[in-house]
Design a binder for this molecule. Structure first.
Ligand code: ATP
Ligand code: MG
Length: 645
């Protein structure tokens, strides 16, 4: 792996909230005296009744119990909206960019306040009360944010299901949290194509009935409304007042449920609560993105993922930021779209996922270089390890070598970013998420749970709680304990493999399940994939192990080529030679399959467990494939699999 170092540029350090010595000092305080540290930083949000207790958490396997700020009360929507009215009522809260480049609009904090109050009253009128679960199945339109904040305003618990999920997946998730109300739109629009949201809801509620369906009009497409159950949002909005008092919530009352993306198995209903989550989302947003008053900030995630929750809606709005919300896809109408939008709205901070970066890298530099991108100051990455190749392209071509990249490691479960550079403090190494955020204590353990010191590789655990941590699996606390606290008793197990280098930097090597053992050498699949992607003809790669008579495990590589490259045997040989020279003979792929598409979750992550099954020849037992973006990819992979011989 490339270990080149990019020091903090002087102008970035001068502008930033913290430099390196400040980071070290604050980090030290945060782990030595969490009560003092978070007691102070908890005040960054507004409390109705201030807390007197700060941290009350136990990782004891027999009694996992996590509480932060437990006697404080607050309202999240008041923090994200009302408290900004006096100082920045006319400032844009949300800049919305539609799927069609001719459509965009600006929503000020004043307007946001109006919209959220109305939406909250519509929910009330539908009989939704404090504590009720509400399922959102929405396109990326401002109403999605209004609906989230409206739930928070009245104390209802939202569960957002990404608009790309099938009716069956939606039904499962409605049932999972027994929600009685769904908020959706007639249709969504993505890349010029219509997404039949309401029709999918109709199918889902045949299996999991609900009392009411609130439908926002987006396209005006033809849909069926069932009377007594379905209502148009705009008609209901006309009937209610635009004043709704925010409900006083306890810090530990639930804020939302969100199902994980399902890369590794059955999705889990992750439960987040109110006070600690908001403190952590807003604090990480400010420090990690070095957010300053007046910045235009854009996170390209969907609100259906946790990144959209914490870093499109809750973190930025709690900080009074201007957050950009994008309805479309990176490649429509052309692969310049992201950069066109940056120019159009003068975006300063841009946060996306490696899958998007790799796809745009494959499309060619000309789509980037014809745009200005002058407003950009900082870039971010999340979702998967970013291969050094993609990192360098992001840095050189997108950021013109001017913008630091924050590679942020975190999970749905963690509520906010845990391991990340801080732009003014951290020298960067491409492919490393670098160092822990304040209050986060990572450690690396071996298979038996023994702590490993120094420069080592093993399993990533977190030894103590931080305010944004999930509190439970909804309705199944035992599953929470078994999933995260049973593998290594007394520690939060992330499920990720990790290497720590001589400088104490953390490198996520992929899921622990994805670590392969070739002739006794343990290897993260991410490393082999990075070597493959570094080849100029390769756009994406996924590597898994398969049973091998001599080596124990062999390396099976699925490779997607760049636009226009020919899949030949000669190229396979070239790739094997390339990996040997990049990493060493031990990492040589035994089998390479050229595959035009890879199975991905709807959040764009490669589902290696399916690739593993295919490589192992166990086709009948592919597990839960309901979260796949394009199930047809799997048949193609099976048809073209390589013989193990
Ligand atoms: P499931 O838990 O259902 O299998 P998932 O883990 O994909 O799904 P998420 O919570 O969306 O669901 O993803 C978190 C995971 O994504 C992390 O555990 C890690 O494997 C990966 N990840 C996220 N950010 C990074 C990053 N910056 N570097 C490396 N890996 C990352
Ligand atoms: Mg996970």
């Amino acid at each position: 792996m490339s270990d080149s170092i990019f020091p903090v540029p002087a102008e970035v350090a001068a502008h930033a909230h913290v430099d390196n010595s400040k980071y070290l000092e604050m980090y030290q305080q945060s782990v030595e005296n969490p009560d003092g540290f978070w007691g102070e930083h908890g005040k960054r949000i507004d409390w109705i009744k201030p807390y007197t207790k700060v941290k009350n958490t136990s990782y004891d396997y027999h009694n996992v119990d996590i509480k932060w700020f437990e006697d404080g009360t607050l309202n999240v929507s008041a923090n994200c909206v009302d408290r900004h009215l006096e100082t920045r009522g006319d400032q844009p809260a949300i800049i919305w960019e539609g799927d069609d480049p001719s459509e965009s609009k600006v929503i000020t904090y004043k307007q946001l306040h109006h919209e959220v109050n109305v939406f909250a009253n519509v929910l009330h009128a539908q009989g939704v009360k404090k504590g009720d679960r509400v399922t959102l199945y929405m396109p990326m339109i401002p109403e999605a944010a209004y609906a989230m904040l409206a739930c928070a305003r009245i104390g209802a618990v939202h569960s957002i299901v990404f608009g790309g999920f099938s009716p069956d997946s939606l039904a499962q998730r409605i049932e999972g949290c027994t929600s009685k109300c769904i908020i959706t739109a007639d249709e969504g629009l993505r890349g010029g194509r219509k997404v039949p949201l309401k029709a999918n809801v109709d199918k889902a509620v045949e299996k999991s009935p609900v009392d009411s369906v609130i439908v926002v009009k987006r396209t005006g497409g033809d849909i069926t409304m069932t009377s007594g159950r379905d209502v148009w949002y705009h008609e209901e909005a006309d009937r209610v007042s635009d004043h709704c008092e925010p409900v006083e919530m306890n810090a530990e009352d639930p804020l939302f449920i969100l199902y994980t993306s399902g890369s590794t198995g059955q999705p889990k209903g992750v439960l987040h609560t109110t006070g600690g989550y908001l403190v952590y989302a807003s604090m990480t947003h400010e420090y990690v993105f070095d957010y300053h008053e007046g910045d235009v900030y854009w996170c390209t995630a969907d609100v259906g993922w946790v990144t959209g929750h914490s870093y499109i809606v809750y973190g930025p709005l709690a900080n009074g930021a201007t957050t950009l919300m994008f309805e479309g896809v990176p490649t429509y109408p052309s692969p310049s779209r992201f950069w066109d939008v940056c120019d159009k709205h003068s975006v300063n901070i841009f946060y996306t996922a490696p899958t998007a970066i790799r796809a745009l890298m494959g499309a060619g530099d000309e789509h980037v270089t014809k745009t200005s991108r002058k407003s950009l100051r900082l870039l971010g990455s999340v979702g998967e390890p970013i291969n050094p190749e993609a990192w360098n392209w992001y840095y050189n071509v997108i950021g013109d070598q001017r913008c630091p990249i924050v590679d942020t490691w975190w999970q749905t479960e963690t509520g906010g970013i845990l391991i990340t550079p801080l732009p003014g403090a951290t020298a960067l190494k491409p492919g490393s998420a670098t160092r822990p955020f304040f209050g986060v204590q990572p450690a690396i353990v071996d298979a038996d749970g023994k702590f490993l010191d120094g420069a080592v590789e093993g399993n990533l655990v977190i030894t103590d709680s931080w305010p944004g941590q999930m509190r439970s699996v909804y309705g199944d606390h035992e599953r929470f304990v078994q999933t995260y606290f049973a593998t290594y008793k007394g520690l939060y197990f992330t499920g990720d493999g990790c290497r720590r280098d001589e400088d104490g930097y953390y490198w996520i090597t992929g899921r622990v399940d994805d670590v392969i053992n070739v002739s006794g050498h343990r290897m993260g699949t991410a490393e082999v994939e990075s070597a493959l992607v570094a080849h100029p003809k390769v756009s994406e790669a996924a590597v898994v192990g398969y049973p091998h008579d001599i080596k124990g495990q062999g390396i099976y590589a699925y490779v997607t080529l760049m636009e226009g490259e020919e899949p030949t045997d000669a190229l396979k040989k070239e790739l094997v030679t390339h990996v040997r020279s990049e990493i060493g003979p031990i990492a040589s792929p035994d089998l390479i399959q050229f595959s035009p598409g890879l199975p991905k979750t709807r959040s764009g992550k490669i589902m290696r467990r399916i690739l593993r099954k295919i490589a192992e020849d166990s086709f009948d037992n592919l597990g839960d494939t309901s979260t796949l973006a394009d199930p047809a990819v799997v048949d193609d992979l099976i048809d073209n699999r390589q013989n193990r011989g």
